[in-house]
Write a protein that binds this ligand. Sequence first.
Ligand SMILES: [Zn+2]
Length: 434
Amino acid sequence: MKNWYLFVLIIIFNFSIHAQKLSKTEKRIITLVETNDKEAILLLEKIVNINSGTLNLEGVKKVGDVLSKEFKKIGFKSSWKEVPLEMNRAGHLFCEIETGKVKGKKILLIGHLDTVFERDSEFQEFSRDGNKIFGPGVDDMKGGDIIILFALKALYQADVLKNTQIIVAFTGDEEKAGEPIEISRKDLIDAAKRSDIALAFEGATGLNYATVARRSSGSWLLKTTGVRAHSSGIFNEKVGAGAIFEMSRILNEFYTQLPEKNLTFNPATVVGGTTIDFDTSQAKGTTYGKTNIVSQKSIVAGDIRCLTEEQIQKTVLKMKEIVANNLPGTSATIEFELTYPPMQPTSGNYEVLKVLDEISQDMEQGPVAAFDPSKRGAGDISFVAKYVDGLDGLGTMGGGSHTPKEYMDLENFKVLTQRAALLIYRLINQKGDN
Ligand SMILES: [Zn+2]
């Protein structure tokens, strides 16, 4: 009897500890997200049914217009950032709230309006099957955009957005960033320079992981040349090894000498022979060469992904060294183009993760740990990572991204929105640097 009494007491005690961890305001925010849930899904359906392939400029702008109206309703000013006509991109939607003297952290929230599904794609419509929602961009990342909006809507309704600065950036060309990057990402970088913390809402990797680091992304083009001669003379002093043996030496040395943690490099296309033609923009090539002629030219196009600036520099240097160590009668060059910088796993990013981890535990959903960066590609947050602390992977849970089977899991949608709202709430109440 006595033991039984103690047991009940312990349960009540445990329960009250957890219950106290979420403040009254936070509980109200959670309820508000819950109340708005149906409306959120309806709006998601609306924007998924507007085609916004990156090159459908009117479509991207249309999705932006729908969101812009919603943000105005919750006290945000919005503006459309045009990009030069020759870039053939729609531009970006920026929404901002600034209410008096900012007390806590200044927040930048990142989403994108475009999808990989252009107008000629077979995949155009929103559909629902039980707890799964299918549709182009539903997971990458219109669902994430809706999470941003409805997290902020709950904060607005709870009247906690006073003395804050929050910028929401929806890029219109995340899937195929406009060139040059310095122009297409200028507005995003400017917004980051005025902010303390960036939160990006690309797809979540479960409730118990978030992204504190993303690898860089870039490409390389390797060219080799050899002496054109009759094949019977290959390896002799005048002819040497030929362009293709030189290419295979280089690739083999990349393969055997470069591998290390968080680094990948992928030779994707190879063309070699007597005369070759390779169009990098189309990733297409042709070659001509008879078997009795030593190869004169070859080209390989590949990519490279690194976790840190230091790793990029070190790897590029080593690749150049390998390329320069030519076989007899050959020469080789390599050029690099780095598109996305890395989001490095800084201590500041881990601080933001800690806040999310506490929220998750307070909501009794278990701890949140850092997701393995080698399992993720690059994202828009990478462009601002060196100016702000940040966290990514706060969007929807789902799968099949970039395929006609893309879906979003409805089961966790509300919870992810609630967590996003609390994360923003706690950060705007965290003492800022200014
Ligand atoms: Zn995306």
